[in-house]
Design a protein around this ligand. Structure first.
Ligand code: SF4
Length: 311
């Protein structure tokens, strides 16, 4: 299965910025690209603005700003919205989107919104294209290039991309059994992020038969929103101890103690998450368990992205 992630074209080195430059993200263009097909879009070039070009800025209300070119007075808001709407069929194929920070078109948060005709601004806006993308695809994981430098946010984004890709691989029309199997596979991942949501969705899922498209949409939007907040060290510790419970009868005293110690060392910040997980996976090879092997938590994305070494 090829996983596709949309990305602001300037982040993959395309010279499409207003000044004729790019803003290549090495993580996206090199590391992520090894496992994911990146699909670049540049809304400003897409609506016919050249490169280089006069700058655009957001003006007016923070919640409903206009994209204006101060040099010419042109308002390109509707063109940017239409650019996104016309590509919605392509966006439905995506499992995530990396946006360029601060852009009046692509910025996800804290974009400057100016008072018309003045230099006063509030840094609370969202780019016009980014907002339309989010409206049309509310479950789609979004992240900005700058935030991907934070190990916690980077791991969280890639995790969400792989979970969403697994969801998109479920054949339609959805059945209750298919979504229950998906929910079971995401159990420990969701428990590490939000226990109440895991339990609530499980109850609601059990009470929904036959499956409806409305529930399926509600389910995935709720699950993706819960995953958007990175898992805490405390929750990871609880999940690891829960997983350890499955091995208790299989391990000898020394092995049990070794795993307990490593989990507590992770809890205390002495070793990264990868350490106890590597030992769990080692024991799982010695004592195979179908139930644990289907858990996305134990192998959420390719190891060579090295995302859990920084957690
Ligand atoms: S931030 Fe968006 S609109 Fe601006 S150059 Fe990059 S892709 Fe194009």
């Amino acid at each position: 299965m090829t996983i596709k992630v949309g990305i602001s074209a300037c982040l993959v080195g395309q010279k499409v910025r207003y000044d004729g430059g790019h803003k290549r993200s090495a993580f996206c263009d090199k590391e992520l690209r090894r496992h994911i097909e990146l699909v670049p879009f540049c809304p400003e070039v897409g609506i016919g603005l050249g490169t280089p070009r006069p700058t655009i800025r957001l003006e007016g209300e923070v919640e409903n700003p206009q994209a204006v070119i101060p040099k010419t007075g042109a308002n390109v808001t509707q063109q940017l919205v239409d650019f996104a709407i016309q590509r919605n069929e392509q966006f439905k194929q995506l499992s995530g989107y990396v946006l360029c920070a601060k852009s009046p078109s692509c910025g996800m948060e804290r974009v400057k919104v100016y008072t018309p005709g003045e230099n006063a601004n509030q840094k609370d806006g969202m780019g016009i294209f980014a907002r339309q993308l989010q409206r049309m695809q509310p479950a789609l994981p979004l992240e900005e290039d700058g935030r991907l430098n934070d190990p916690l946010l980077r791991e969280n984004f890639v995790l969400r991309v792989f979970v969403y890709a697994a969801w998109k691989a479920i054949p339609q029309p959805y059945t209750t059994a298919d979504i229950q199997a998906f929910h079971a596979a995401q159990k420990f991942t969701l428990l590490a992020h939000n226990q109440p949501v895991y339990r609530r969705l499980g109850r609601e899922l059990a009470a929904t038969s036959p499956m409806t498209q409305e529930f399926a949409i509600y389910y995935i939007e709720t699950l993706m929103a819960a995953l958007a907040k990175p898992a805490s060290r405390k929750n990871h510790t609880n999940v690891l101890q829960h997983i350890q419970g499955f091995f208790s009868d299989e391990l000898d005293g020394v092995e049990r103690q070794e795993l307990s110690d490593l989990i507590m060392q992770y809890h205390d910040g002495v070793v990264p998450l990868m350490s106890p997980l590597t030992l769990v996976r080692h024991y799982l090879r010695k004592h195979p368990s179908d139930y644990l092997q289907q858990q996305s938590y134990l192998q959420p994305y390719p190891d060579d992205l090295k995302l859990r070494y920084g957690l």
